[in-house]
Design a protein around this ligand. Structure first.
Ligand SMILES: *[C@@H]1O[C@H](CO)[C@@H](O)[C@H](O)[C@H]1NC(C)=O
Ligand SMILES: *[C@@H]1O[C@H](CO)[C@@H](O)[C@H](O)[C@H]1NC(C)=O
Ligand SMILES: *[C@@H]1O[C@H](CO)[C@@H](O)[C@H](O)[C@H]1NC(C)=O
Length: 533
């Protein structure tokens, strides 16, 4: 300290000394003295010996009232009238006294009396690195759009360091990071952030960096600026569904309002760029819009119509999610709705009967009707079992085609025993529970002349009274025929085989017999003849 505080001996000081002005005060011409002291030096430190340097007699200093005269109230220096030393009186802050980077000079006047002399001395306050670089605002926030391209520059706050020369700011550094470099403008020493790699808000929406300003002192001092970079959103993401294809199943008898599915798309963009709205594609079959309802904001799909498996087993809904960016971006997915069949349709029976009646002499296996059965359901719900009552002389016979049957005779028929049958056809599906349909078919048995007329009594014994009236009816014969209509219409005639037959005539229509002569018991007691019906 003593060394530093000595008189100005260093090269630059000496030049100063040589160039010192000659000052004129009254008759005295005095050369200027120059000293140097670092700022912040402790009180009492000796800067130099003025008396000695001025060549004054130490012993006379007190008598001559050797002193510093200065207008300034806060004097920094004092002289010791005992030995002529210049001492630091109060702590000096170079940056308080002087502005800027140039030399900081303090001018003092030293006065002695008898004779009066006034000496000007100059003390240079040298800089000490007593200030760290400082950012007035310690925080800086940038909002940078993620679409900004590399090369963009953003001006940072500059730091301040009141120290001079080497002790002032030398460098700015930035915490190492992926996106930014620091760049210093040469003229003004202003730092800039330089974008070197594009930002992606969805990856990282905020970067915190520290800019450090460091001075050239020994040791170095530094100050830090907190830099926050908020990455602003660009609508650079389209909504994405968490599944490309959603698949659901629903019972065909589901009631209106049933919730079917919910699709979900997300968009990592911010604000309206990330707000998603759902809609059905405009290109779907009309039926889809009638059956299904998609909630615009929740993506929930509900049933709003009646499903019918038999009409369509699946529906494919193309759904899009759109964000509210300008322009919006769109994501797509497909919802496949499979309809599960419910046994909601009973079989149908279609009978094509060939005629209402069938001849009683029909052969076995004669086809009397064709039946086709159908069921709108599918699978087991649509599989049909067919049968008919077995108390009729008919049976079912499958045909070459599925679900086609014929009804055929399985026994001989006899109209005279049963002239009509009711065939009960029952079709049952294999659903759980099964559904059944009944249909009856009535069939008449038509007559064939398969029965001969029969006399109820044969032979028939008749007693006649003699002396009958010629031509008058004597009795009737009557035969029965089981057949009907013409087949049962009977004509009678007498077989002419002997004389007796000539006594009688028969009404062919009703079998009434008349005598052609009067019988005489005494001549003919009995006779026999044949009537054919
Ligand atoms: C700067 O950042 C550091 C570390 O995050 C924090 O502790 C400090 O408070 C911040 N300073 C200001 C002024 O924000
Ligand atoms: C749909 O059908 C099934 C089977 O027949 C039945 O159990 C269920 O209750 C029905 N649901 C509705 C909503 O009608
Ligand atoms: C949608 O998907 C996202 C991401 O998978 C999830 O965080 C969110 O909870 C889902 N929303 C609904 C309503 O399920």
């Amino acid at each position: 300290m003593e060394n530093q505080a000595g008189p100005c001996l260093k090269e630059h000081c000496r030049i100063w000394f040589c160039l010192s002005l000659l000052l004129i005060f009254g008759n005295h011409v005095v050369a200027e003295l120059r000293y140097s002291v670092p700022e912040e030096t402790k009180d009492g430190t000796v800067v130099g010996n003025v008396a000695k340097d001025l060549g004054m007699d130490k012993s006379s200093l007190k008598d001559r009232r050797f002193r510093v005269v200065s207008e300034s109230k806060d004097r920094h220096f004092d002289v010791d009238s005992n030995n002529g030393a210049l001492k630091v009186r109060s702590k000096i802050d170079r940056e308080e006294l002087c502005e800027g980077n140039g030399p900081c000079l303090l001018e003092l006047q030293i006065l002695v009396e008898n004779p009066l002399e006034i000496h000007h001395i100059v003390v240079e306050i040298t800089d000490v690195n007593d200030h760290a670089p400082m950012f007035i605002e310690q925080e800086q926030v940038f909002e940078i759009g993620e679409q900004s391209s590399p090369g963009a520059r953003f001006q940072l706050h500059a730091a301040r360091d009141p120290d001079a020369g080497a002790n002032s700011i030398r460098t700015y550094t930035l915490t190492p990071n992926e996106h930014f470099d620091i760049e210093i403008s040469e003229e003004e020493n202003i730092p800039f952030l330089l974008l070197k790699n594009s930002l992606d808000r969805e990856q990282n929406n905020k970067h915190i960096l520290f800019v450090t300003a460091t001075d050239g002192g020994r040791p170095k001092k530094s100050g830090t600026l907190n830099v926050t970079i908020l990455v602003l959103d660009n609508n650079d993401n389209r909504p994405t569904f968490n599944q490309e294809i959603y698949q659901v199943e629903i019972q065909e008898n589901a009631s209106k309002g049933t919730r079917i599915a919910r699709v979900n798309a997300t968009d990592p963009d911010q604000g309206s760029n990330g707000e998603v709205e759902y809609s059905l594609s405009k290109m779907l079959p009309r039926k889809v819009y009638d059956l299904f309802d998609l909630a615009i904001s929740s993506g929930e799909i509900k049933l709003k119509g009646d499903l019918d498996f038999e009409e369509s087993e699946t529906y494919k809904l193309d759904i899009q999610a759109s964000d509210k960016g300008q322009p919006p971006l769109i994501g797509r997915c497909r919802l496949i709705i499979k309809i599960k069949d419910v046994n909601d349709n009973a079989p149908e029976i279609d009978v094509k009967s060939l005629s209402d009646s069938i001849s009683e002499d029909s052969k076995l296996d004669t086809v009397i009707a064709l039946i086709s059965v159908t069921d709108k359901d599918s699978g087991l719900n649509g599989k049909i079992l067919l049968n008919i009552n077995n108390d009729v002389p008919f049976s079912l016979k499958p045909s070459y085609k599925e679900n086609m049957y014929s009804i055929v005779t399985k026994e001989g028929l006899d109209r005279e025993k049963e002239k009509q049958y009711t065939i009960k056809i029952k079709a049952t599906d294999c659903g759980k529970p099964p559904l059944a349909t009944l249909k009856s078919l009535s069939i008449q048995i038509s007559d064939v002349n398969d029965n001969s007329p029969q006399f109820s009594e044969n032979p028939l014994y008749v007693y006649l009274t003699e002396n009958n009236k010629i031509g008058a009816p004597v009795f009737s014969v009557s035969a029965e025929d089981m057949d009907v209509n013409e087949n049962s219409a009977i004509l009678y005639h007498i077989v002419r085989e002997n004389d007796a037959t000539s006594f009688l005539s028969i009404n062919s229509e009703n079998g009434q017999l008349s005598a052609l002569k009067s019988f005489d018991f005494e001549s003919v007691k009995t006779f026999q003849f044949h009537v054919v019906a």
